[in-house]
Design a protein around this ligand. Structure first.
Ligand SMILES: NC(=O)c1ccc[n+]([C@@H]2O[C@H](COP(=O)([O-])OP(=O)(O)OC[C@H]3O[C@@H](n4cnc5c(N)ncnc54)[C@H](O)[C@@H]3O)[C@@H](O)[C@H]2O)c1
Length: 247
């Protein structure tokens, strides 16, 4: 897929120390973008910085997406390093196996806080910096459409992200487009943590017959932030090899 650096010169990615976030950082860095990369895990964020080309223009900053105050601090960093922002990608996420009977208030709140509150706080804090023609891309999940056994809080939060995306698309139009990517089974630690039987059954139910890669999700983000998607907002793109076709 081609890249369109002209429209994605200044990019902010949350959860950038994660596997999909890193793949996105690689794509945008290769296109010459200036990046602010954030993650809760500052150590892994530094490692990510070191794995990206030395000449890439990258600022990393620790960020707990569950805190509105932290989101405002990130906005200050972005204003200082980027001025305005062309693309925001909300990629931070927490996929915890939580059986219904064991979900307590703390676990429920933690999942909602990372997976849903974090998207809202990030976009709200960065809103004043969004450039005309900018794009926000939220990373939800197939679980947000279908629900997910043993991941009820996660699925509920991701379902919220789908609706949040549609509200934000209307609130921020026509200045900023807001779209959503719903990955299916992507070959990352999140999926490797699933028990083998469940993972194999899901792969068998996937028409394309394999896991997706983090890079394949990143390519869709590059598309959504590019002029090729200039008339798309409030939309969700499924990146799941057709798994969504099986109910
Ligand atoms: N891997 C998949 O198959 C898959 C499928 C559907 C959706 N997703 C979504 O894609 C996104 C990236 O997933 P991934 O596979 O790269 O997972 P990952 O675990 O590698 O990355 C998630 C990142 O989010 C960060 N994070 C967690 N809590 C945070 C917090 N409070 N504040 C800031 N950062 C925090 C983690 O430190 C981690 O670096 C997530 O939103 C995930 O829900 C992934």
């Amino acid at each position: 897929m081609s890249t369109h650096p002209a429209q994605s010169e200044r990019v902010v990615i949350t959860g950038a120390a994660g596997e999909i976030g890193f793949a996105m950082a690689q794509r945008y860095a290769a296109a010459g973008a200036r990046l602010v990369l954030t993650d809760l895990n500052a150590t892994r964020l530094d490692e990510v910085r070191n794995r990206l080309p030395a000449h890439a223009r990258i600022t990393v900053t620790a960020h707990d997406v569950t805190s509105m105050e932290a989101a405002r601090a990130v906005a200050t960093v972005c204003e200082h390093h980027l001025g305005q922002v062309d693309t925001v990608i909300c990629c931070a996420g927490l996929y915890e196996e939580l059986h219904l009977e064991t979900v307590d208030e703390t676990a429920w709140r933690r999942s909602l806080a990372v997976n849903l509150d974090g998207v809202f706080y990030t976009v709200q804090a960065l809103r004043p910096l969004l450039a005309k023609g900018s794009a926000v891309i939220n990373i939800a999940s197939l679980a947000g459409h279908r629900g997910s056994v043993s991941h009820t809080p996660y699925a509920a939060a991701k379902g919220g992200v789908l609706t949040l995306t549609r509200s934000l698309a209307q609130e921020l139009a026509p200045h900023t487009r807001v779209n959503n990517i719903s990955p299916g089974l992507i070959d990352t630690g999140m999926v490797r943590a699933l028990d083998t039987g469940r993972r194999e059954a899901m792969i068998a139910a996937t028409p394309l017959g394999r896991l997706g890669s983090a890079e394949e999700v990143a390519d869709v983000a590059v598309f959504l932030s590019s002029p090729a998607a200039a008339f798309m907002t409030g939309e969700t793109l499924q990146v799941n090899g057709g798994l969504y076709l099986h109910s």
